[in-house]
Design a protein around this ligand. Structure first.
Ligand code: PLP
Length: 445
């Protein structure tokens, strides 16, 4: 995410491995921290250094590492039924998981299409929007509204929605299908503008864009309730419900991308309804659904939409979409156990400890290089600036000396570096004492 290409290091087996987001000059020869074991909120690197897993892997190890209950259920399921085709068979864990998720989802989101992760979930939601508009006889209503700062995945269509410039600098995308809106970042709102005026600006921009482009051409609006990889951007109060209403008025499907925010990160199974008070048409999820123990994702889909398809003039039309590993029984079995544990106390713990987490991180704002500490639930971002007046991002390249995340690593904390930002989203089981350790290391770093 940040800095210049690392010096080549590997000569052994590692040089055959290509990791995500590699620099051209380092492909197949890039040093990344080798991690050997995990336990609770900690991971241990190859040098034997124990680190707090600050980002919970990739926003996903919500219940922590080395949970025996999760490992056991996966082994048991593999011995019972390791795989079944989702094309013409079903498994009990997948149907039961669909039922349990529907009970947590807001509004009438009663149906689930399982995928292999977050990108494939977003891709599925978008292809479903295209499909339903074809069935409805509205083949031109396919454009997608997305926002600056967004991250929705790495498949071609989902990646086309991404709004962080560095993700797109060297990459192609389906640009003719996507219309971009502003990032709802209160910290970087125009100087002198109140939060209320900024919210009005965002809502007016949405309305004006729909008028300019034409509601009859826009199929979906896709948004993370809190933009995660964009730097934990918590939108201004009231913004999401107002945009939700505009989508309803213009028959634009609202897709809430909860790949990060679901499964306890904001204290609830899904945040759209329980935290933000909105009922989307679809919710995409992944990551924390299995606490990262198995790659699984999915899309919750409104019963109003499935009912409309059933009653349409084209009941024979086929949604030609699916993955070999849709509804994987091992993934669904571990997701069920994960949900048991979330409901059985971890959600409650996350809700209890979150205010302390936010409060303690906020104390870092007394450091001159910190422009803002912001967050919600158990996700937060420490944004570093060159100076508070200009809010220009602090240059954290190697020339300046050691980067904050490198210092933290030495001190026992894995930080996710996002250019000038340190992003924190620890396992939900983190305790107050462990939060104190994390904040002390960040301060020192
Ligand atoms: N959507 C959001 C909000 C994400 O943060 C991510 C990944 O970080 C994705 C989608 C893509 O998920 P995956 O990496 O599982 O394909």
């Amino acid at each position: 995410d940040a800095g210049s290409p690392p010096a080549p290091r590997f000569e052994g087996a590692e040089r055959h491995l290509i990791q995500p987001w590699p620099y051209a000059g380092a492909i197949g020869n890039e040093a990344r921290t080798p991690i050997e074991t995990g336990d609770g909120i900690y991971i241990t690197d190859a040098d034997g250094r124990r680190l707090i897993d600050g980002p919970a892997g990739m926003w996903c190890v919500n219940l922590g590492h080395r949970r025996e209950e999760l490992a056991r259920v996966m082994a048991d399921q593999a011995m019972e039924l390791s795989y079944n085709t989702p094309w013409y068979t079903m498994s009990d864990p997948s149907a039961e998981l669909a039922r349990r998720l529907a009970a947590h989802a807001p509004g009438d989101l009663e149906h689930v299409f399982f995928t292999t992760g977050g990108s494939s979930a977003v891709e599925t939601a978008l292809r479903f929007m295209q499909f339903i508009n074809n069935v409805r006889g509205r083949p031109d209503k396919k454009l997608i509204l997305s926002r600056g700062g967004a991250y929705h995945g790495s498949t071609y269509l989902s990646a086309s929605l991404n709004g962080r410039p560095r993700d797109r600098d060297w990459m192609d995308g389906a640009d003719d299908l996507v219309v971009k809106l502003s990032c709802p970042d209160p910290f970087r709102r125009p100087a002198g503008m109140t939060i209320e005026a900024f919210t009005d600006f965002l809502v007016d921009e949405f309305r004006a864009t729909v008028e300019r482009v034409g509601a009859e051409r826009i199929g979906a609006f896709v948004a993370e309730p809190v933009q995660a990889s964009g730097g934990v951007i918590v939108p201004p109060p009231g913004y999401l419900p107002r945009i939700r209403n505009l989508c309803r008025d213009n028959d634009i499907l609202y897709v809430s991308d909860e790949v990060v925010t679901a499964f306890g990160r904001l204290g609830e199974v899904f945040a759209s309804g329980d935290v933000f008070g909105i009922e989307p048409d679809m919710i995409t999820f992944a990551k924390g659904v299995t606490s990262g123990y198995f790659p699984l994702g999915g899309v919750m889909i409104s019963a109003r939409l499935t009912e409309e398809l059933r009653r349409s003039n084209h009941p024979q039309a086929m949604f030609g979409h699916g993955y070999t590993f849709s509804s994987h029984p091992i993934g669904c079995a571990v997701a069920l156990k994960n949900l048991d544990l979330l409901e059985g106390g971890v959600l409650e713990h996350a809700r209890t400890v979150a205010p302390y987490f936010q409060e303690q991180l906020k104390t870092l704002e007394d450091l001159a290089l910190v422009g803002e500490v912001r967050g919600a639930g158990l996700m937060a971002c420490v944004e570093c600036v060159a100076d508070r007046e200009s809010k220009n991002p602090l240059a954290l390249d190697n020339a300046v000396g050691k980067r904050i995340d490198a210092h933290c690593h030495e001190l026992g904390l894995l930080v996710r570096p996002l250019i000038n930002m340190c992003v924190m989203s620890p396992p939900l089981i983190i305790t107050r004492d462990q939060i104190d350790d994390m904040v002390a290391i960040l301060r020192e770093g």
